[in-house]
Design a protein around this ligand. Structure first.
Ligand code: ADP
Ligand code: SF4
Length: 702
C-alpha cells in the first residue's frame, strides 16, 4: 500500500549534531524493568523497535556512577568498562535496522537512595533524598570537588558510550530523576554559591555537564539534553517560564532538546486523566527558542496529530515511549500506508508497573513486549500453522480475541463464538466507565484485525453448552469465558463473608449492567485495590449518590501507585466529595448501617449505609469447562483432542494478563511444552573468580 503523501514530512531526515536520524520518529528513553539484569532481552526489545522503523531508539536511563543508583529499580549502568559489552549489545541490536542508538546517561543525584552501593547521595543541599519510597536516607550538599567529579564521571561515561557504539548521549535534567534538575528547581537548590540563587546559577551545573560531554564526544556523537519544562507545582518549583529562560540561555549548546514534564507521573499520565497530545500547551513555543531539533511526547498514535506538531512548529521529532511499546511498528505502518493497523496505546500504564515492581515490562496492547528474547514472541509476526487443526474459541473478551486473532494469523481455521451480540467481553462495559474509554482500543484493534480474515468466522448470540461443543467437530476448544465479581467480602483482607443484612448489595457487574441502589447513601467496599473501586465510586458520585469508599488499604485504589495514578485518583475522589475511610474492613451491615473495623486495632465504628457495593474479588466462570469435563469420556468420539481454559476463566487478572494468556495459547498451539522445562529463556550473569582467600588476605588475623 502507498503511503499517504501528507505523512511524508514525518520521514524527513533530522540532523542531531554530527549524526543524522533517518526520520522524525524518536523512541525516547523509557524504563522496562529489564536493564542490567536482562541484557539480551533488552537488546532484542530495542531491536524490534528499530525494525519497526524508529529513526532513533534510546535506552532507559543509564546510571553513570554508583554515587547515584536507584535500586530497587532496574536500569542500565555505565559504571566501568565492565558494562561496555552489554551496552554495545544493545547499540548493535539497534543498528541492525539503520536506527540511531541513544544512551540516556544519568546521575540521579538526590533522587537516588543508593541502597545497593551504600554511597552517600549528593544534591544541591543537605536534604532527605527525593526517592520513590521516602527512604530514610539524606543527601549531602555537593561541594566544588563533587561537581568536578560529576563532570568527569559524565565525560568518562560518554566515552564509554562511544566505545559501546552509541550515536547519541544524553545529559539528563528531567523528571526529578536527572540530578541537574534538583539544581534547576529552586525548592531543592538552597545554595548561596555560584550554583544557586538566580536561574543562571541554578543552570550552571547543567551547562557545565553538557559542555563536558560535548567536549568528550561531541565531534562524533549527538549530545541531547532532556529537560523538564514544568514541575507543575507552580512558582515553588521549576516552572514553564524558568524552563524557557534556561532553554534560551543554553539554546545552541546541546544538539537536541528532549522535553518532558516533571515528575514522571505528570510526564506519563494515563488516559483516565489526559488525552493524546496533552503536553502540547507545555512545549509549544520552545522550538522557537533554539535552532536545534526539539523532541516531545504526548502518547502520540495519530499520524495526523504528529504531522500537525511538525507543521505548526511545535516539535521536530515525534517522541514516544508508550506508543512505541504498544506498537513498535508505528513508523513502518505509517510508511507503508497501514495506519488502520496501528495498535494504539490505551494509556493504562501497566508498562510502568513493570518498572515499579522491578519485573520485566508488560503491555496491555502488546503481549509480546518483554517476551521477544525470553519466548521469541514478536509484536507483528508469528510462525505459520503446523497442521490443519481447526480451533473453536469460546468467548470474545480480550483473551479470546487475542487467541483467535493470532491463531488466525498463523493460518488455522478458527471459529470464535460469543454469547453476546458484541465482541470485547469485559471491555464492553468497562470502556463506558469514567475515564476508561481509551481501553476499548484493546477490543477495537483486535476486531479490526479479525474482521477481514477469511479463515476466521465469528458467531454471535452463541451461548454454547457442552453438548454444542461435543457436536461441532472442533478438535481444539479454547474456553475464554471470563469471570464475574464476587457478591461477598472475601478477597485479600477478609477470607470470610461478612454478614450483610438489611442493605442492598451490588457487585461491579450489577452496576455495569445498569442496576442502581435505591438508597442514596452508598458504601463502596474496595478490597481489590486496582481501578474498579475508584472508578465506580466516581460513577456513583457523578450520578448524585453520597459515596463512602472503605478500603483496608491506606488509600483509594492503592495498587495504582504502580501505574502512577493513586494520588490523582485520591484527589479526584476527594474533589467529588467522596469520603475515603482507609485502613478499615467491612465487618457487617444491618438495617441501613455498616460496621467498619480498623485493620490495626480492630476497633469498630458504625456509619450509615443504605447500600453496599462489593469490589472484592472475582470468580472464574467455569460452568462450561466443568460440564465438558464431566463428558470427557465422549471427547474422543466427538473428535476433541484438547480443551484449554485461558484468560480470566483460568484466573481473573488484569486485561493485560488476559491478552497475554490468549497470545500464549496461540504461540504454543500445536507444540507440546515440556512441563518440567523452564517456560522461557533467562540470562545468568557470568561468574567472576570466587576467591575467599582474598577476603582473608584483606583481613589478616593477628
Ligand atoms: P477475558 O478477560 O478472559 O477475555 P471476559 O470476561 O472479558 O474474559 O470475556 C469473556 C467472554 O466470554 C464474554 O464476552 C462472555 O460473553 C463470553 N462467554 C462466556 N461464557 C460463554 C459461553 N458459554 N458461550 C459463549 N460465550 C461465552
Ligand atoms: Fe500503553 Fe498500557 Fe501498553 Fe503502557 S501498557 S504502552 S500505557 S497500552
Amino acid at each position: 500500500m502507498a503511503r499517504d503523501p501528507r505523512y511524508d514530512i514525518l520521514f524527513d531526515q533530522v540532523r542531531i549534531g554530527p549524526v543524522v536520524a533517518k526520520n522524525r520518529f524518536f523512541q525516547v528513553p523509557h524504563c522496562n524493568g529489564m536493564g542490567y539484569r536482562d541484557p539480551s532481552a533488552l537488546a532484542t526489545m530495542r531491536a524490534v523497535k528499530a525494525q519497526g522503523g524508529w529513526g532513533v531508539v534510546c535506552s532507559e536511563q543509564a546510571e553513570i556512577h554508583p554515587s547515584a543508583e536507584i535500586c530497587p529499580f532496574i536500569e542500565l549502568r555505565v559504571w566501568s568498562e565492565q558494562d561496555v559489552p552489554m551496552l554495545a549489545r544493545v547499540a548493535d541490536s539497534i543498528h541492525q535496522y539503520d536506527s540511531l542508538a541513544g544512551l540516556q546517561l544519568c546521575h540521579n543525584g538526590m533522587n537516588a537512595p543508593n541502597l545497593y552501593s551504600r554511597e552517600i547521595p549528593m544534591g544541591p543541599a543537605d536534604l532527605p533524598v527525593f526517592s520513590v519510597f521516602n527512604d530514610p536516607v539524606q543527601a549531602r550538599a555537593m561541594d566544588k570537588q563533587d561537581i568536578r567529579n560529576l563532570r568527569r564521571w559524565h565525560r568518562d561515561a560518554a566515552l564509554r558510550a562511544k566505545r559501546a557504539g552509541y550515536d547519541i548521549v544524553y545529559v539528563y535534567a528531567g523528571k526529578l530523576f536527572g540530578g541537574p534538575m534538583f539544581f534547576l528547581s529552586r525548592r531543592f537548590n538552597q545554595r548561596t554559591d555560584e550554583y544557586g540563587g538566580c536561574l543562571e546559577n541554578r543552570a550552571r551545573l547543567l551547562k557545565e555537564l553538557i559542555e563536558e560531554v560535548k567536549d568528550a564526544v561531541g565531534d562524533s556523537l549527538g549530545v541531547a539534553c532532556r529537560i523538564s519544562v514544568d514541575e507543575m507545582i507552580g512558582e515553588e518549583g521549576f516552572h514553564a517560564a524558568e524552563a524557557r529562560d534556561v532553554i534560551s540561555h543554553l539554546a545552541e549548546l546541546p544538539d537536541l532538546w528532549d522535553l518532558t514534564l516533571s515528575s514522571w507521573d505528570n510526564d506519563s499520565q494515563t488516559s483516565r486523566f489526559v488525552g493524546e497530545g496533552y503536553q502540547e500547551p507545555y512545549v509549544r513555543g520552545v522550538k522557537q527558542l533554539t535552532t536545534k531539533p526539539v523532541v516531545g511526547v504526548g502518547r502520540f498514535t495519530s499520524p495526523d496529530l504528529m504531522v500537525r506538531m511538525v507543521k505548526q512548529g511545535v516539535l521536530d521529532c515525534i517522541g514516544a515511549a508508550r506508543p512505541s511499546i504498544a506498537d513498535p511498528f508505528i513508523p513502518e505502518k505509517i510508511r507503508e500506508g497501514r495506519i488502520e493497523e496501528i495498535r494504539e496505546c490505551i494509556g493504562c500504564n501497566i508498562c510502568v508497573s513493570g518498572d515499579h515492581t522491578s519485573s520485566i515490562i508488560r503491555c496491555t496492547q502488546n503481549p509480546a513486549m518483554g517476551e521477544e528474547w525470553r519466548r521469541g514472541w514478536h509484536p507483528e509476526y508469528i510462525r505459520a500453522k503446523e497442521s490443519d487443526a481447526r480451533v473453536l474459541v469460546v468467548g470474545g473478551g480480550p483473551a479470546g480475541l487475542e487467541a483467535a486473532m493470532m491463531l488466525g494469523r498463523r493460518g488455522y481455521e478458527v471459529a470464535l463464538a460469543e454469547r453476546g451480540r458484541e465482541l470485547g467481553g469485559r471491555l464492553i462495559h468497562e470502556r463506558r466507565l469514567p475515564g476508561l474509554s481509551a481501553w476499548g482500543r484493546v477490543a477495537d484493534y483486535r476486531i479490526g484485525q479479525i474482521t477481514p480474515m477469511t479463515n476466521l468466522e465469528t458467531f454471535f448470540e452463541s451461548d454454547l453448552s457442552a453438548e454444542d461443543l461435543l457436536s461441532f467437530g472442533f478438535a481444539h476448544i479454547v474456553l475464554a469465558t471470563g469471570s464475574s465479581w464476587r457478591r461477598d467480602t472475601v478477597a485479600r483482607n477478609m477470607l470470610h463473608a461478612a454478614p450483610l443484612e438489611g442493605v442492598e448489595c451490588f457487585t461491579p457487574d450489577d452496576l455495569m449492567a445498569g442496576a442502581r441502589p435505591k438508597a442514596k447513601q452508598v458504601l463502596l467496599y474496595d478490597d481489590d485495590h486496582y481501578y474498579m473501586g475508584g472508578v465506580l465510586a466516581e460513577l456513583l458520585a457523578q450520578e448524585g449518590y453520597e459515596v463512602t469508599l472503605v478500603t483496608p488499604a491506606a488509600g483509594a485504589s492503592a495498587w495504582t501507585f504502580n501505574t502512577m495514578e493513586q494520588h490523582k485518583i485520591q484527589a479526584r475522589l476527594l474533589e467529588q466529595n467522596i469520603i475515603i475511610r482507609a485502613n478499615r474492613t467491612l465487618a457487617r451491615a444491618q438495617a441501613g448501617h455498616a460496621t467498619l473495623a480498623c485493620t490495626f486495632t480492630g476497633r469498630e465504628e458504625t456509619i450509615e449505609a443504605g447500600a453496599v457495593i462489593l469490589v472484592t474479588a472475582r470468580l472464574p466462570l467455569l460452568g462450561l469447562a466443568k460440564a465438558l469435563r464431566t463428558r470427557e469420556a465422549d471427547w474422543a468420539d466427538a473428535g476433541i483432542k484438547s480443551v484449554t481454559v485461558i484468560g480470566d476463566a483460568l484466573a481473573p487478572g488484569t486485561i493485560a494478563a488476559a491478552v497475554w494468556s490468549g497470545r500464549r495459547y496461540a504461540e504454543e498451539f500445536d507444540t507440546t511444552p515440556d512441563p518440567d522445562a523452564l517456560p522461557f529463556r533467562r540470562e545468568v550473569a557470568a561468574l567472576l573468580p570466587f576467591d575467599f582467600s582474598a577476603v582473608m588476605a584483606h583481613n589478616p588475623q593477628r
